[in-house]
Ligand binder design. Structure first.
Ligand SMILES: [Mg+2]
Length: 417
């Protein structure tokens, strides 16, 4: 027996990671609208000379057709195969609904493509049950709400969850208890390991390392000689050790909002009013995306088009307009007081929030409570805006002295960060 890797069992990892993968996604969406094709050999591909198969029915797969295969080859295998032109807009709509289902169980969703994602459901136990129960709920909702099927792998790491979902396809569920992770991995081919393809696969095979078990048991020095720095990491993976967390990917790394004024601002008070408005718009956008940010930057563009920027980090991430405003004003006020007399006017003000993360992460409990009343109040404003439009409600400070905002041209824009 080889020595046990420290940390693999002693720390009792939880199997809280799900890999959810829709079955033959494009094709299954098409079959919803063409039920008469169910049970036939069909595929989705552009019907042109050099196109490839994007998605194939399980009947077509049974005959040897697979995704990424040239269409000409698929036709050679099965001359009767039915070819459906892809409709990516339609798939995107379904993808969005699938991701919404995921997001209703946990904010920790890491999409890998339009039809698959990792979920960490460890924090959802109190509301929805064990990861296995949640996997069943998700599969049930995908079927009842969308008429589609998904396969789910449940494991204690991303890598193992992904392998498990692949093993369960189609329309399956595969649970790998943490203590059986190695037992599950060992008989699989070495190229099932992440990062093993093409050249490294050949290298491993030439050294006689054909299965994950061979890589797990290999002399670390041999692996290092064969694959360099990649070798030791691969061995950890082969032993089921994959500490990478599920990291929700956000399209935006930062969010910003700005205003260009029809008439240059000429006082700190006007600038204050404009910043208040910008900060609250930004807060609403952060909340609508479920993210909070720690980095705050303010950009001031003067009448002569020169500009400057000031940044600071908040002590805790926030999605509250009030907190963003306070930080922005603290950055801008000294600069404006000092430079406005010489610069004469402010042409544009902008606030950017970066270091975004899902709200609640990295935030301490007391801070969350402290901000809760702000969130409640501003969340109520979001609801009114969602119902009646963005002009329906505004903060009291702007109503009090609203000239600056009233004659400004609103402009939303994102810095490329
Ligand atoms: Mg898929």
């Amino acid at each position: 027996m080889r020595p046990e890797q420290p940390g693999t069992r002693g720390s009792a990892p939880q199997a809280s990671i799900l890999h959810v993968d829709m079955d033959a996604f494009f094709l299954s969406v098409e079959l919803l609208e063409r039920p008469e094709l169910r049970g036939t050999s069909c595929l989705v591909a552009f019907d042109s000379g050099r196109s490839v198969v994007l998605s194939a029915s399980y009947e077509a797969r049974a005959r040897g057709i697979s995704s990424a295969m040239p269409l000409s080859r698929a036709r050679a295998i099965d001359p009767g195969v039915i070819v459906i032109e892809p409709r990516h807009d339609l798939y995107r709509q379904y993808s969005q609904r699938v991701m919404e289902i995921f997001g209703s169980f946990t904010p920790l969703v890491e999409p890998l493509s339009v039809d698959e994602a990792f979920l960490d459901v460890g924090g959802a136990a109190k509301i929805f049950g064990t990861p296995l129960q949640i996997a069943r709920l998700i599969r049930g909702r995908i079927t009842s709400e969308l008429g589609l099927t998904a396969s789910v792998g449940v494991a204690s790491s991303k890598f193992v969850a992904k392998v498990a979902s692949t093993q369960s396809k189609p329309d399956g569920l595969f649970f790998v208890p943490p203590e059986r992770t190695e037992e599950f991995l060992r008989p699989l081919p070495a190229h099932a390991l992440w990062g093993v393809g093409g050249k490294s696969r050949e290298t491993l095979e030439r050294a006689g390392l054909r299965h994950i078990a061979d890589v797990a048991d290999a002399d670390p020095r041999l692996l290092k000689r064969l694959l360099g720095e990649h070798g030791p990491r691969l061995q950890l993976l082969a032993r089921g050790i994959d500490p990478r967390p599920v990291t929700p990917e956000r399209e935006e790394k930062s969010l910003s909002a700005d205003r260009t004024f029809a008439e240059d601002l000429s006082s700190l008070e006007e600038a204050r009013t404009a910043l208040l408005d910008i900060a609250h718009r930004l807060g609403a956008r952060l909340r609508s995306q479920g993210v909070s940010g720690r980095g705050i930057s303010v950009k001031i563009r003067w009448s002569d088009f020169t500009q400057l920027q000031r940044s600071r980090m908040l002590e805790h991430p926030s999605d509250a307009g009030k907190v963003i405003f306070d930080a922005a004003l603290r950055l801008a006020a000294p600069v404006i007081e000092e430079m406005l007399p010489a610069q004469r006017g402010i042409r544009l003000l902008s606030i950017r929030v970066d270091h975004l993360a899902p709200t609640g992460h990295g935030q301490q409990f007391d801070m969350l409570q402290h901000e809760e009343h702000l969130r409640d109040a501003e969340g109520a404003m979001d609801a009114v805006r969602a119902k009646f439009g963005s002009q329906a409600i505004t903060v009291a400070g702007i109503l009090d002295s609203g000239q600056a905002a009233a004659r400004s041209l609103p402009e939303d824009g994102d810095f490329s960060a």
